[in-house]
Design a protein around this ligand. Structure first.
Ligand code: CS2
Length: 485
């Protein structure tokens, strides 16, 4: 079977780019071109070019792995996007990605792309840990190995996104070329965080460039939302029967998609609002709602679901005790939200439960469970502090944290080993060693939890109690004997 590529487009029965890709120039660079970017920012940008034209081609980049480049290069950057809600399915071919750079192979090529004045916006999906920050304080972690390396070598061969951006901004300052740096990661105030760590880095290596950055570079916050499970061999097989060509770079996702962007750009930008994005003055209420309700529930589902032996999110939601728990968790954090004006939060929660239950997504619990130390600080801790102060019900977040602690120990309730993936795993496990219950040791770990344990010792006791029940009887027993609390 032929591979999807430019030459095959004429034979496809699904929508393909309506603009002339041979003529489109690059106007954006993206750092971290995984499936999420291809299902989200590239999708919006492709729709804008379909509608309005414009030179908004994307130069994608990967900081480490050549995988996406190797998948997309033989396909001329083309890939299919398959969106499904369980009943309907949309398939179309996206053409916005013009090429993919692999930073480790040629760091100067990525610096040059980011420094090119034709590039007006650089977007980032580098995951939470890519910001090389201290999760509890949101400040640059100078001890991070990549940052320690980049402080010395940023000009020639940086490793971190922060090092690449710093090197590029130094060139742009010399050229007088402003740029917008748009974080699209699931972090609170993601633009502010990016600005803080990048400016801290620049202040160390080239303090003379700081005033220019202050005046000519903007860092809008943005809330991104689309569930994008890892693709499986069966997905690709199915798609080839639908398309009649083989597409190794296809992305499978839900039909739902949302992007709320702070309207603060340094220069031109794609008219993403023409593809459905919302440009607003303040992203915070949207971001807070999404991080606490969607991502907070996701992490709860992931840790307890893995422990109970569920592979996929929709299977977890198919269990009545779990479905009730997820809904109760959402209700327990709702009082902490500053809901955007005119927004129906009850409808939003109901919709989330439907999205989680979408069986055609096959979203792995273990995929969401990765990097908990980087995710928990924005998903559970801010609502937790507010709930404690409001004297509300903290049991659901306590259960979520107890589930994470059990998960970190690396065994499901039936004894099956879990492949735990977390950049701080070694430090966390060291702290757990020899503890009868690890609650105080882990919740007292300041880089992740700040002063939480010192401030709320009673809460730590509750987590430890739940932890012991989970350890003794397992998640399913705990849920069935505590339903409703
Ligand atoms: C998930 C997110 O893996 C995770 O941590 O919670 O990737 C989630 O699917 C997206 O934020 C949905 O917009």
């Amino acid at each position: 079977m032929n591979r999807l590529s430019h030459g095959q487009l004429g034979q496809l029965y699904v929508p393909t780019p309506r603009y002339d890709r041979a003529l489109v120039k690059a106007g954006m660079v993206h750092i971290g071109i995984g499936a999420f970017h291809r299902a989200h920012q590239a999708d919006y940008t492709d729709k804008v070019m379909n509608r309005d034209g414009g030179d908004w081609g994307i130069i994608g980049s990967s900081l480490r792995s050549p995988r996406v480049r190797d998948l997309l290069q033989p396909q001329d950057g083309l890939y299919s996007l398959v969106g499904t809600d369980g009943e309907h399915q949309d398939i179309r071919v996206v053409g916005a990605v013009l090429k993919v750079l692999v930073a480790t192979e040629d760091p100067q090529a990525l610096i040059a792309a980011l420094a090119d004045p034709a590039i007006k916006v650089a977007t980032l999906t580098i995951t939470e840990k890519g910001y090389c920050h201290d999760p509890a304080t949101g400040t640059l972690n100078r001890a991070h190995p990549d940052i320690a390396h980049d402080l010395e070598h940023y000009a020639r061969e940086p490793r971190s996104a922060i090092g690449f951006l710093a090197a590029a901004l130094i060139h742009r300052q010399a050229l007088g070329a402003p740029i917008t740096l748009l974080s699209c990661d699931n972090l609170s105030h993601n633009g502010r965080l990016l600005a803080r760590v990048l400016k801290a880095f620049i202040a160390e290596v080239r303090p003379d460039v700081t005033p220019w950055v202050d005046d000519h570079v903007t860092f809008p916050c943005s809330m991104v939302d689309r569930i994008v499970p890892a693709v499986s061999a069966a997905d690709l097989e199915y798609l080839s029967t639908r398309l009649g060509v083989r597409d190794e770079g296809a992305v499978f996702t839900e039909r739902f998609c949302q992007w709320v962007i702070e309207d603060s750009f340094a220069c031109e930008r794609p008219r993403w609002e023409n593809a459905g994005a919302l440009l607003v003055d303040d992203v915070a209420p949207f971001e807070e709602m999404k991080l606490r309700l969607l991502n907070g529930s996701h992490s709860l589902i992931a840790y307890l679901g893995v422990l109970a032996g569920f592979t996929y999110v929709h299977e977890v939601m198919g269990n009545p005790d779990f479905a009730r728990l997820v809904r109760s968790y959402m209700d327990s954090v709702t009082g902490t939200l500053s809901v955007p004006p005119g927004f129906d939060v009850e409808r939003y929660k109901a919709r989330l439960c439907e999205r989680f239950a979408n069986a055609s997504l096959r979203h792995r619990t273990l995929q969401i469970a990765a990097d908990g130390s980087q995710k928990i600080p924005q998903r559970w801790l801010p609502p937790l502090r507010q709930i404690i102060d409001q004297r509300g019900n903290t049991n659901f977040i306590a259960l979520a944290l107890a589930g994470w602690l059990r998960f970190l120990q690396g065994q499901q309730d039936n004894g099956t080993p879990i492949a735990v993936d977390d950049p701080l795993l070694d430090s966390l496990r060291k702290r757990m060693t020899g503890e009868r219950t690890p609650g105080a040791a882990i919740l007292g770990y300041e880089p992740v939890f700040g002063d939480l344990a010192a401030q709320y010792p009673d809460f730590v006791t509750v987590v430890e109690k739940i932890y012991s029940s989970l350890q003794e009887d397992g998640v399913m027993h705990f849920l069935s004997s505590n339903s409703g609390s």
